[in-house]
Design a protein around this ligand. Structure first.
Ligand SMILES: Nc1ncnc2c1ncn2[C@@H]1O[C@H](COP(=O)(O)OP(=O)(O)OP(=O)(O)O)[C@@H](O)[C@H]1O
Ligand SMILES: [Mg+2]
Length: 525
């Protein structure tokens, strides 16, 4: 919940940051483009103006060169040819005369005649937007007509330069100026990259505007005053950086990713904390479990001791009786001063005391808390000897025969001796109990080694175990024995001890035929 809130907070911050960064960078980009477009606009406007004016200037220079009709007649061909050759955008050069000049003998197709000023003015009104009679100063200027579109989509205008002879205006030199051609050359020569458009009173003269340029994009407008006309230039930015177009989307994706990342990091931190708490809780439980397990092992052992206590008491009782007899005999022999017999009795007493001491030692060591013992290399023979010493009296008392096939030369195993002894005592007592009601009371204990493992089998010819109960017998507190005779812990503890030794405890049983429990221990651990 807390992580969710944090990640939403990070997401919102990301959104705001995206908005401000995009806005700021866009503004910077727009300002830079504005400056660039303004520079480009000035350059284009200037070049266009200069180009058109240079054409009118050339026309005017040619017209001014002619001071007499003769000069026109003589130089017409040469001058107009050189004009057309030097300035390819100029063509169709002809002359407009105020009245017929009989002396002018250039080709008729290059001549236009007007009866009067008024007629010229009439035509001029259509040609140029002149509103009144031409004054001297106006008539000395070069005029230009509105633009026209001719057949092959070329835009042209007409330029008119005045011709004065003896300071008298006799007419105009007229030429067609191909604007499209001039601008095409201009774009190629100056490698103009920015899209632009030229127009005159709303009608487009020329345009270089790629398809993907939006007309709402940043643009610069310029007015170009040109020979009585006003041309308009518009320049657009070439392109916009894609980054700014997609900045918002990139920002959005980034803020989602960051918020998710933040969420995961927070979640991971919370989980780690939760796990470490659980871990310490579990290790506390584990400690408790270990302590209880060790108590269980111990109590199971004590219960086994309880079971064999009568056997032990009998075992101790016998040497005690022998000691008593020899003590009496000592008294008698001393009275008779038969010191040889006294000595014999004493040595018998000592050997009986040693026997008791051995039993007490064995029971004592079996009853010790095995958790305190370490793993040592032990010979199986010494383990078997102790185990048999502990249970044999009980077997004898209950007239159960214990048949042993225990080779003395089995390889040593690394183990907790007391615990392995505890397992075998459990198995032997269980086997003895199983044959309790049988006519033939025989229990086998066999051992052998095979392929790096030690096998110890305890089998009986007893009641056997129901197949459905084979899994239950390893469950703690499962017992079929009478109250006070079994705790039901023997097999579950044996299983856990063998498992700790990286071994196996297997069982096979047949009803009314008997059971075999096999302990398998690794020899190379
Ligand atoms: N050799 C066997 N033959 C038949 N049944 C057996 C044999 N060994 C064990 N069982 C059955 O398994 C049960 C569980 O044995 P386990 O050694 O765990 O407990 P227990 O002998 O009843 O009591 P405890 O060993 O704690 O004194 C026994 O009560 C008995 O029913
Ligand atoms: Mg048992």
């Amino acid at each position: 919940m807390k992580s969710n809130l944090y990640s939403i907070f990070v997401f919102l911050i990301g959104l705001f940051a995206t908005y401000f960064v995009t806005k700021n960078f866009q503004q910077v980009e727009i300002n830079a483009q504005k400056i660039e477009i303004s520079t480009q606009s000035q350059a284009i406007a200037h070049t266009v103006k200069m180009q058109v004016l240079s054409h009118s200037q050339q026309l005017s220079i040619t017209a001014q060169r002619w001071q007499t009709i003769n000069q026109i007649n003589e130089n017409w061909q040469r001058d107009t040819n050189s004009l057309i050759t030097l300035f390819p955008a100029l063509s169709d050069i002809s002359v407009y005369l105020l009245k017929k000049q009989p002396k002018l003998n250039i080709d008729n197709k290059y001549q236009q005649y007007f009866a009067s000023d008024t007629e010229l003015l009439q035509t001029a009104k259509q040609l140029f937007s002149l509103k009144k009679r031409l004054s001297i100063s106006e008539s000395s200027r070069v005029f230009q007509s509105d633009h026209e579109v001719i057949g092959n989509k070329q835009i042209i205008t007409y330029q008119y330069a005045p011709i004065f002879i003896d300071k008298e205006l006799i007419g105009y030199l007229q030429s067609t100026v191909n604007i499209t051609q001039i601008l095409d050359q201009l774009v190629a020569k100056f490698q103009i990259t920015y899209p632009f458009s030229l127009s005159e009173t709303g009608r487009t003269i020329y345009t270089v505007l790629p398809n993907d340029v939006l007309i709402t994009d940043v643009k610069q407008q310029f007015s170009i005053p040109l020979l009585g006309h006003e041309w308009k230039l518009m320049v657009w930015p070439m392109h916009q950086h894609h980054f700014y177009r997609y900045a918002a989307i990139i920002g959005l994706i980034l803020s989602i990713l960051f918020s998710q990342l933040f969420y995961l990091v927070r979640l991971n931190k919370a989980n780690k904390h939760k796990l470490s708490t659980q871990k310490s809780h579990l290790s506390a439980i584990n400690e408790d479990f270990k302590a209880s397990k060790s108590k269980l092992i111990q109590s199971n052992k004590l219960s086994s001791l309880g079971e064999i206590a009568t056997g032990i008491a009998h075992e101790i009782n016998q040497p005690l009786q022998v000691i008593c007899i020899h003590a009496d005999m000592c008294q008698e022999s001393l009275q008779k001063q038969n010191y040889q017999l006294v000595e014999k009795s004493f040595s018998s007493i000592i050997s009986q005391v040693e026997r008791i001491e051995k039993i007490v030692k064995q029971v004592g060591s079996f009853g010790r808390d095995s958790e305190l013992d370490n793993y040592n290399k032990e010979t199986p023979a010494s383990i078997f000897e102790n185990v048999i010493d502990i249970v044999i009296n009980q077997y004898n008392q209950e007239q159960v025969e214990l048949r042993q096939v225990l080779p003395p030369s089995l390889p040593s195993i690394l183990c907790n001796k007391t615990q392995i002894e505890q397992v075998l005592v459990n198995l032997l007592i269980n086997a003895k109990d199983a044959v309790e009601d049988c006519e033939e009371k025989i229990v086998f204990i066999k051992a052998h080694d095979k392929q790096g493992k030690l096998y110890i089998e305890v089998s009986d010819s007893g009641s056997g175990i129901e197949p459905s109960k084979l899994d239950d017998i390893f469950t703690p507190f499962y017992t079929t024995k009478a109250l006070g005779r079994g705790t039901g812990l023997g097999l579950s503890i044996s299983y856990s001890i063998i498992h700790q030794h990286k071994g196996e405890l297997q069982v096979s049983s047949e009803m009314n035929k008997g059971s075999t429990f096999t302990v398998i221990l690794p020899l190379n651990n």
